[in-house]
Design a protein around this ligand. Structure first.
Ligand code: NDP
Length: 473
């Protein structure tokens, strides 16, 4: 059995108690995770703060460490894939993609370390100030606390840790308690790549204890959080005036207009709705399809799904594996059943075997059903016909969230109108709401959060700007 220990004060140490980690498909115990005590959380933040202040790093060395980490991860891909299949229940395909993206995230973070710069301020623009120079510089904040979710246990962690280190900060990481093993391996990888052991700490344990102690700790200057809106709001209130980056919940929509390429679009939507068993914040949850192509589109979704395998995530052919917990599987199955009882029709999927929910396509849904008005975070897509684009955009905007949206159309005017009017952090034209590469600015509006991920943008958030002015005596 694998033991996920804590990394505190530059050493691997035992916690005050241990919890069993289960394989997400078989349910068998596969590991033990050590839970940190309150004192260990305090030691972790203090230790990282002392190293960060006492042994400052220089940008090119940070680049070298992160580039080496990226290369090591590429070499260790099979090991990381295997860990995530068990730790998160990801299929081999999903785990492989997450490792490939993390290789990029670490490398881009390293590259951005070399490009941290300020700007020249035109002081001469003010009357009487000719001859005085002004420029800004960017400085690390100190300690970044990273609190991360279960559904991207490697890449989301890298999106916090990579930019934080690239910016010259130290990091205390509290990963999701459902996926501790992946985070532990990432910390080992960074140390193998040459990271100063004093610059990182890893504390495992429940959000309500270890997470909460980290929020109450006075040392972190920045909280990088991805997770639910509920916990994000709580974090924001608790940490007071300290800076945060909050990547929160979503109900993401994608629109398919009458002039979209039906089969190609359906294949993209199937991937975007069901990868990671739908446990992706930008997953296509609501699919608005123009009524002229509705029947063909639903057939294409069904055809596409009929070729996909469901079940054991360790089988390289499997497309949809288990969701993260029995509790989540119960909730999702319940929402399918309640939608069906309320008049929705199941045109694909709908069945469940333990934690595996078949990829499910619902039609005849109404806006008040849970599958439409709450975040599903599971393998369900609800299809709604539309006629009038304006009314549909209003419906898309009618949730408290605003993370991402997609629209498929050959009409550039229609696409631009939609992009201007849909209030989200990103709109993808001829792509789904779930389109993402790791260098782009990524984040939501409304209750989907604030602040941006993407190494260049995160580094801006994780540094502070200083203005320096200079003139002759
Ligand atoms: P949670 O909000 O439940 O947990 C996220 C992290 O916060 C976990 O590490 C959790 O610990 C911790 N936590 C919980 N309570 C506290 C607390 N009181 N103080 C400090 N930390 C705490 O999210 P999930 O892990 O369930 O992830 C799913 C959610 O994440 C979905 O809503 C999804 O939309 C969102 N998400 C958003 C993304 C985005 O980019 N906008 C991307 C990915 C996911 P523990 O695990 O121990 O409970």
């Amino acid at each position: 059995m694998h033991e996920a220990r804590l990394f505190v004060g530059g050493k691997w140490v035992d916690g005050e108690s241990q919890t069993t980690v289960a394989d997400k498909f078989s349910g068998e115990p596969v590991g033990l995770v050590h839970n940190a005590s309150r004192e260990q959380v305090a030691l972790a933040t203090r230790g990282v703060a002392q190293t960060q202040a006492g042994r400052p790093t220089v940008p090119h060395d940070r680049f070298l460490v992160l580039a080496r980490a990226s290369e090591l991860l590429r070499e260790r891909t099979p090991e990381f894939v295997q860990i995530m299949v068990s730790d998160a229940g990801f299929t081999v395909q999903d785990a492989q993609r997450e490792v490939e993206r993390t290789v990029q995230t670490l490398l881009i973070s390293g590259e951005e370390a070399k490009r941290i710069h300020g700007e020249v301020v035109p002081m001469h623009g003010a009357p009487g100030w000719n001859g005085r120079l002004g420029f800004t510089t960017r400085h690390p904040l100190g300690v970044v606390a990273a609190v991360t979710p279960f559904n991207s246990p490697l890449n989301t962690v890298a999106h916090k840790v990579g930019p934080a280190l690239a910016a010259g900060n130290g990091v205390v990481l509290k990963p999701a308690s459902l996926t501790p093993v992946t985070a532990e391996h990432l910390v080992r990888l960074l140390l193998d790549a040459g990271l100063d052991p004093g610059l990182i700490a890893l504390v495992h344990g429940a959000g309500s204890t270890v997470g909460q102690w980290l929020l109450e700790d006075p040392i972190p200057a920045f909280y990088a959080f991805t997770g639910s809106t509920e916990v994000g709001e709580h974090l924001h209130r608790t940490v007071g005036l300290r800076k945060t980056q909050l990547e929160l919940g979503s109900i993401s929509s994608t629109l398919v207009c009458a002039d979209a390429a039906v089969e190609k679009t359906a294949a993209l939507c199937v991937n975007a709705a069901f990868r990671k068993a739908g446990q992706v914040c930008t997953s296509v949850q609501r699919l608005y399809v123009h009524e002229l192509v509705l029947a063909d589109f639903v057939d294409a979704l069904r055809d596409e799904l009929s070729t996909r395998k469901v079940g054991d995530p360790a089988d390289p052919q499997t497309f949809v594996g288990p969701v993260i917990s029995v509790g989540n599987a119960d909730r999702i199955a319940d929402w399918i059943e309640r939608a069906r009882a309320g008049g929705a029709k199941i045109v694909a999927g709908g069945n469940r075997d333990r934690q595996v929910i078949e990829p499910t396509v619902l039609v005849d849904v109404t806006p008040d059903m849970e599958v439409m008005c709450q975040e599903v975070f599971g393998p369900i897509v609800s299809v709604r016909p539309f006629q009038d684009l304006d009314a549909t955009i209003n419906e898309v905007n009618g949730t408290p969230y605003g993370l991402s949206a997609g629209i498929f159309t050959a009409d550039v005017n229609r696409a631009l109108t939609a992009a201007e009017r849909i209030r989200v952090g990103s709109v993808h034209i001829n792509e789904t709401s779930s389109s993402r590469i790791d260098l782009m600015p990524y984040g939501g509006v409304k209750l989907s959060g604030m602040g941006k991920e993407g190494p260049r943008y995160a580094i801006e958030e994780m540094t502070e700007e200083r203005l320096i002015t200079l003139g002759r005596q």
